[in-house]
Ligand binder design. Structure first.
Ligand SMILES: NC(=O)c1ccc[n+]([C@@H]2O[C@H](COP(=O)([O-])OP(=O)(O)OC[C@H]3O[C@@H](n4cnc5c(N)ncnc54)[C@H](OP(=O)(O)O)[C@@H]3O)[C@@H](O)[C@H]2O)c1
Length: 250
């Protein structure tokens, strides 16, 4: 039977690549993000392969999140796969000089936004006793690095919430997966450094993971047999050993 997936943060990077990967497999798509024009462009491109619906909302806005998901047309109401991907780092500062607006953004989007979207969708999964939730965490959710303080805190929270979900949703047969990438070459660094020149150097001198690499792992996770749940994946490019060791061309 054809499945339907809802992907947050589908306008860029890992979310967009996952939408393209799922479309190849005929999975029906609900694509979410704040940039309407991009949603429209991706919908037009992927509609040749599968059915696509878009939802334009900010995951920080609780009411907008619930209204968007309630507004889904009948054909898209049953969500089999939820990809909680929307998120970003904002800034890279020592804790003593960190920017409070950056902290708010990371906690509100990466943690609370993930919870709002999950809250809006989990009841239909528990009712049907089926579903698969994939939360995009980070290697920053497993290891803290200098100046990573709050971003690492938000991704540690994502990992704890993912593990909590796996426990609480266990009686319902719902799969819960954590995908934790290291450095992935997306718009992530542009957002983190607010377009500053430093953003251009983040992926220089080595081959970082590409968004498509993560999308392929996500596709693998959702295509396992019913009795198999990929619980937790930590994924680095070959040049990266951990959060602080990256082999770069000299
Ligand atoms: N790139 C990396 O190195 C890396 C490493 C580990 C983990 N991750 C995680 O991977 C996920 C995807 O990141 P990416 O690398 O693909 O970055 P990206 O290219 O910047 O994409 C981020 C996506 O999140 C959406 N988003 C951001 N804030 C939002 C909000 N308030 N409401 C709704 N959507 C929002 C953006 O869409 P709109 O702007 O259109 O809303 C965009 O589609 C994030 O959770 C990130 O923390 C990334």
């Amino acid at each position: 039977m054809t499945k339907t997936a809802l992907i947050t943060g589908a306008t860029s990077g890992i979310g967009r690549a996952t939408a393209h990967e799922f479309a190849k497999h005929g999975i029906h798509l609900i694509l979410c993000g704040r940039r309407q024009e991009r949603l429209h462009t991706i919908q037009q491109a992927l509609s040749k392969q599968t059915q696509v619906h878009t939802l334009n909302f900010d995951v920080r806005d609780k009411d907008a999140t619930f209204n968007a998901i309630t507004s889904l047309p009948d054909d898209f109401k049953t969500i089999d796969i939820l990809i909680n991907n929307a998120g970003n780092a904002h800034g890279l500062d020592p804790i003593q000089s960190g920017n409070i607006d950056d902290w708010d953004a990371m906690m509100d989007i990466n943690v609370k936004g993930l919870l709002y979207v999950s809250k809006a969708i989990i009841p239909q999964m528990t009712e049907r006793k089926s579903g698969h939730i994939i939360n995009i965490g980070s290697s920053a959710g497993k290891e803290v690095y200098p100046k990573g303080n709050v971003y690492c805190g938000s991704k540690h929270a994502v990992l704890a919430i993912t593990e909590g979900m796996r426990i609480d949703l266990n009686p319902f047969g719902i799969k819960v997966t954590a995908i934790n990438p290291g450095l992935v070459e997306t718009e992530f660094s542009q957002v983190r450094f607010k377009g500053d020149a430093i953003a251009d150097n983040v992926y220089k001198g080595y081959k970082a993971l590409q968004a498509e690499d993560i999308a392929e792992v996500i596709q693998f996770a959702i295509s396992r047999p019913a009795h198999v749940n990929i619980a937790d994946v930590l994924l680095f490019c070959t040049a990266q050993a951990n959060s602080t060791i990256v082999k770069k061309d000299s």
